[in-house]
Design a protein around this ligand. Sequence first.
Ligand code: CA
Length: 236
Amino acid sequence: MSEKMIFFVEDEKHIQELVKFNLEEKGYKVRVFEDGESLLKECKHALPSLFILDVMLPGIDGFEICRRIRQDNHLKKIPVIILTAKGEEFDKVLGLELGADDYITKPFSIREFVARVRAMYRRADSNENNEIEVIRAGNIKIDFLKREVFKDDKCLELSYKEFEILKLLILNKGKVLSRDTLLEKIWGFDYFGETRTVDVHIRYLRQKIEDNDNQPVYIETVRGIGYRFTDKEVDN
Ligand code: CA
């Protein structure tokens, strides 16, 4: 995986050029693809460290590309940013449900765009310097180095953001983290999102780690504030 190689799918020429120029100026490498098919084909030969997917494309759309990335063993751990149209609340939620890690709304300011990409890499870098290797809680085990989460002995499929949230909660076991804190730490202080984004991710995380996500044992909701990873003993 090339260190700062970004694969960018976008069919609009001026956006291709704007993004490529500005990201390359900051030291990233950008490969532009006109459609999802050519992107996925290239992924058989080379891997990026970040995908940026426009939703509206000729052929398969950005959501479908995201879905395929998340189903592919070689690609599924690579972060994905989705470009959605303005005001498409549905797009944001669908993108997150399909495992996108972040979304940028069109039209965007190029400054914000670059800031979001940098924030994504900043978080990825800080993970690599983590010294704690493995944490266990009840029947959940997190391997920070391999970025793998196990429930009993079953490896769970977590998106980049779900993993980050679980990691932050578990490293702060017993402590309540507000939605704003989670947004700031996981999405970056320059993120212009809504706290609902956090709730969507928590919901999906619970479906994966809890026995019954309607009665969560690990991730507790603290009403009006945020979330806490339980510090009670959890039976296996
Ligand atoms: Ca487009």
